[in-house]
Design a protein around this ligand. Structure first.
Ligand SMILES: [Zn+2]
Length: 321
């Protein structure tokens, strides 16, 4: 292929479900009907490639076809198994599934999902109020952190998916406050707004090890998404290594330790994360930077992706990339 760079679009999915008939229709996901239409669109307009093809291209062994597209699913939701997987098989497409180790090892609810369900159940104005009150209440007791106004000014910044109120709640509870306090506040708000227990939600939300095995047997690709779904770029080096090592151990039966693929939770990583995963055998890394990937030009450990909402039938954004 003579060092020629090749364009690859990578589409990112989270929840894929029948939203209308679900208990939390406000959850941000791709509805089953749109998912099917999107696969129809891909079958007519793109060449959906496998992760193995992309790995070969990254290593310079084989080129990708024109209009190459890769399908990636984050977080290990059971609706990826019950809804997306059969449709993928119907179209003869491979999906790559990135599953936090904790979800199927302990069946505990990840912070990211606690927060999604709180946001899907509460009014955002009262939620921001709740979070601010709790930040003030706990300040100076066991924990110390900046004033609420400083936190708001620094972290309430809208992005392409969410307004500043939602981003404020997410960042504070995902990574900014000390872990113990974040967990406590998230659990308080979960109890106040969501109306079921965390245990119950954890059991109905994630794929089991058996289901992951079945997908793997049917040719789907399984990759890493950390153990605890932390912002890896914000952890100490020790914590970061521990989290990734734990994930590698738990996913051992699903991955090739010499050639595995990383997907950074929240798109968060730093140079330390990159050198550690490389040392551990990672050959590719997926970020949340929004761009078409250029295989042969981009660093293989930092490949950008588009969101599933960037493609029809949702939008035509993909054509700008
Ligand atoms: Zn994730």
């Amino acid at each position: 292929m003579g060092g020629k760079q090749q364009k690859l679009l990578i589409s990112m999915y989270h929840y894929t479900r029948d939203l209308k008939h679900s208990r939390y229709p406000q959850i941000r996901g791709l509805d089953i009907n749109l998912f099917r239409k999107q696969m129809e669109f891909f079958s007519e307009n793109f060449n959906v490639v496998t992760m193995e093809q992309v790995i070969a291209a990254v290593k310079g062994k084989k080129s990708l076809p024109e209009k190459a597209l890769l399908l990636t699913f984050d977080d290990g939701y059971v609706d990826n198994y019950t809804v997306a997987f059969p449709i993928l098989e119907e179209f003869g497409f491979q999906g790559s599934f990135f599953i936090p180790g904790k979800t199927f090892a302990t069946h505990q609810l990840l912070d990211v999902n606690k927060i999604h369900y709180i946001l899907a159940s509460a009014q955002i104005e009262s939620l921001v109020q709740d979070v601010k009150e709790r930040i003030d209440y706990y300040r100076g007791k066991e924990f110390d952190y900046p004033t609420t106004e400083e936190l708001w000014n620094q972290y309430a910044v809208a992005n392409r998916y969410d307004g500043k109120d939602i981003i404020f709640v997410k960042r504070i509870l995902q990574t900014i406050l000390p872990e113990k306090l974040r967990n406590q506040i998230s659990s308080e708000l979960f109890e106040k707004y969501v109306g079921i227990t965390e245990e119950q939600l954890a059991y109905e939300l994630y794929m089991t090890r058996e289901q992951i095995r079945t997908m793997k047997k049917h040719g789907m690709f399984i990759g890493l998404h950390g153990y605890d779904h932390y912002w890896l770029g914000n952890l100490s080096s020790n914590q970061m290594r521990k989290d990734i090592t734990r994930a590698l151990e738990i996913l051992d039966e699903f991955i090739d330790r010499e050639e595995w693929v990383m997907n950074y939770p929240y798109g968060s990583y730093n140079d330390d994360v990159l050198s550690f995963i490389k040392e551990q055998g990672a050959c590719m890394g997926l970020t949340t930077r929004v761009k078409a990937a250029e295989i042969g030009l981009d660093d293989a450990l930092q490949l950008p992706r588009l969101d599933c909402n960037d493609f029809p039938p949702v939008t035509e954004n993909y054509s700008n990339f």
